[in-house]
Design a protein around this ligand. Structure first.
Ligand code: AMP
Ligand code: TRP
Length: 322
């Protein structure tokens, strides 16, 4: 029986170490909502194929993402955690949806346009990414999808896809809603651009104290002296610091000309303190690989039951079961 709580579905791609931008932009919401929602969080490993990772890299990134989920505080007693590739229905439903969307429609997707701007050849997996993502979401009768701002369009596409299918075959899919923390914004990296795996400007969630120190010391500052009055919001240091301490006192200190060296020391302390409990949880699961495996197997069973029912229902509606 489905829980009376609204169903939440989301996940991330295993494509490198999860960082503070991913945490505050997306992962934190998963953790915060796990008590009030019937929560499904998956590892989008089929989505990671668009970058053609090597076998070792994909295995390593998958393992790390699961550890990051658990370290960040997802409670496996409450949350269904699973790997996308364990559930064959994702690709099956994506194939069905492929027939409901035009190439022109997919060419309007931001992610495709960005990929096209960077490379003259874009693989079909990248092009079809929103269709697979719609299948992910819609297989589970999802009510809400917490994601970072840049994923909003993908959830809109999922809603469109549900609508198109329902129009032709009757009500088979719930229309999901994205859940975006409007005030979260984009967390800058050490160089002031958006914190991103592709820019080498991240502070990973699994960073050691040494890595935190090194990253914070490299955050860009300007040549203004201590005691010069500054607008905190224009300082990369503060734009990161406020996620760890949003007190008016800290903001006032920055405004009154807190020296960059002192600010960096405080920020290092704040990040290290923040990451400590995560590091402990991570170590616990890292030392219990069997437990992690059991969590993923239990997650796959639960997810598969739901996904199989849905794909069967869809196949039947289409006329594929006779
Ligand atoms: P990605 O690293 O692009 O796979 O993103 C995974 C999730 O983290 C998505 O929901 C993004 O919106 C979110 N995210 C990634 N980088 C940032 C950032 N610097 N600030 C806020 N959210 C982010
Ligand atoms: N596209 C998402 C990202 O890059 C990952 C993802 C794939 C996802 N399928 C999903 C997120 C379904 C939410 C729901 O972060």
């Amino acid at each position: 029986m489905q829980s009376p709580k609204p169903r939440l579905f989301s996940g991330m791609k295993p494509t490198g170490r999860i960082h503070l931008g991913n945490y505050f932009g997306a992962l934190k919401q998963f953790v915060d909502l796990q008590d009030t929602h019937d929560t499904f969080i998956f590892v989008a490993n089929l989505h990671a194929l668009t970058g053609l990772p090597s076998q070792e890299t994909l295995i390593e990134d998958t393992r790390n993402l699961v550890l990051d989920y658990l370290a960040a505080g997802l409670d496996p007693e409450k949350v269904t955690i699973f790997k996308q590739s364990d559930i064959l229905a994702h690709a099956s439903l994506a194939w069905v949806f492929n027939n409901f969307v035009s190439m022109q429609y997919l060419m309007r997707a931001h992610a495709f346009k960005d990929a096209e701007a960077k490379k003259s050849e874009v693989n079909v997996g990248t092009f079809d990414y929103p269709v697979l993502m719609a299948a992910d979401i819609l297989l589970y009768g999802t009510d809400v999808v917490p994601v970072g701002k840049d994923q909003k369009q993908h959830v809109e596409y999922a809603r469109d896809m549900a609508g198109k299918f329902n129009n032709q075959y009757g009500e088979h899919f719930k229309l999901p809603k994205e859940l975006i923390l409007e005030d979260t914004g984009v967390i800058p990296g050490t160089d002031g651009q958006k914190m991103s795996k592709s820019y080498g400007n991240t502070i990973p969630l699994s960073a050691t104290d040494e890595e935190v120190k090194k990253a914070v010391m490299s955050i860009v500052t300007d040549s203004r002296e201590r005691n010069e009055v500054k607008d905190p919001e224009e300082l990369v240091l503060y734009q990161i610091h406020k996620y760890f301490n949003n007190s008016p006192e800290l903001k006032a200190q920055y405004a009154q000309g807190l020296g960059y060296g002192d600010a960096k020391k405080m920020l290092i302390d704040d990040i290290v303190t923040f990451l400590r409990p995560m590091r402990e949880r991570r170590a616990y699961y890292e030392n219990n690989p069997k437990l992690v495996q059991e969590i993923l197997i239990a997650g796959a069973h639960k997810a598969n039951d739901i996904a199989m029912k849905k794909i069967f229902d869809v196949y039947e509606a289409i006329g594929l079961t006779e």
